[in-house]
Design a protein around this ligand. Structure first.
Ligand SMILES: [Zn+2]
Length: 307
């Protein structure tokens, strides 16, 4: 009954690259790939990714672009495809990259959430990996233990403290996002500042010492005052803004009366399945807008409504 959706429908998942994790510690091999004219380098400038102008595709560069990369990060190994190594690199130190790289009108740096609306699923997933890794490097230049500078190791998958040797690894922060159901109704909430009539599934960070099920029950109780019983995992989505993993669940309500936590949400209420189906068929119909397919909330809502 609760079959998972195909992963290709989840934006930012489904990268075609083989991450080749065992190669990351092979220094001479990585060095050779960095120098190879065949290797492909995906430039990011202040977390915006380079996209071609004439069609919505990632704009890859050659090894020469490493001359302008941020030396504190270097090039991060993304993986292999057809025998070709792929890297992401940060060129944020440039002031005007389009001019300095001589791109003319051939490509531009685009914010990834916006770019994902037109990029292929494969390109969106590759860019998500690159963005999350480069952002982690930018935030972890100094040791969280002793405060001294850290250096890049393992092709970008570790930073090691120059002083105390503490090792720091890229982080992923789990977030539960849950569609709470009660018979033919589902519970959706909205934040102040969202477009009018836009509602989505409730969500929140998993806290220390909490299982996913406990996080779902706590968040729904806190934000909407609803008691939740059964919780079932549905699907997950990498969300590299900056480093979340959205863990989509379906949750069965055991109470009805909604009490909104106004510090978190502007509103939360029950919606009839018929109105949700109308909105999915034509955005805004049924008196509600739900998130677009780029968000896992859309897939949770659609799955529930159509099942
Ligand atoms: Zn240290």
């Amino acid at each position: 009954m609760y079959a998972a959706p195909v992963s290709s429908s989840i934006t930012f998942a489904g990268s075609p690259l083989d991450r080749a994790g065992l190669r990351r510690r092979d220094g001479p091999w990585i060095a050779a790939q960095l120098e190879s004219e065949q290797s492909r380098f995906l430039p990011f400038w202040r977390l915006n990714v380079l996209v071609k102008a004439e069609k919505p595709e990632l704009a890859w560069a050659t090894t020469a672009i490493r001359s302008v990369q941020d030396p504190r990060t270097g090039s991060v190994f993304l993986g292999m495809r057809d025998g070709v190594a792929h890297f992401a690199l940060d060129i944020s130190p440039l002031h005007d990259p389009v001019t300095e790289l001589g791109l003319g009108g051939s490509a531009s740096f685009v914010e990834l959430r916006a770019a994902a609306a037109t990029l292929s699923a494969s390109d969106s997933a590759i860019a998500a990996q690159g963005r999350q890794m480069l952002d982690w490097h930018a935030r972890h230049r100094f040791c969280a233990v002793c405060g001294r500078a850290t250096s890049v190791k393992e092709a970008g998958y570790m930073r090691e403290c120059d002083e105390c040797d503490a090792q720091h690894f890229p982080r992923t922060d789990p977030v539960v996002i849950m569609l709470v159901e009660s018979g033919d109704r589902c519970l959706l909430g909205r934040q102040a500042g969202w477009p009018a009539k836009m509602y989505s599934a409730l969500a929140g960070f998993v806290e220390a010492g909490e299982s996913l099920e406990e996080a779902v029950r706590r968040e729904v109780q806190e934000e909407a005052g609803i008691r939740v019983g059964e919780v079932r995992y549905h699907a997950s989505q990498p969300w590299p803004f900056p480093s979340s993993l959205m863990i989509g669940c379906l949750a069965r309500a055991e109470s009805e009366a909604v009490t909104v936590d106004k510090s978190e949400l502007e509103d939360a209420r029950w919606f009839a399945r018929a109105d949700i189906l109308k909105s999915l068929a034509q955005p805004g119909a049924g008196g509600v807008f739900v998130p677009p397919p780029v968000a896992i909330a859309h897939h949770l809502i659609r799955f529930w409504a159509e099942s």
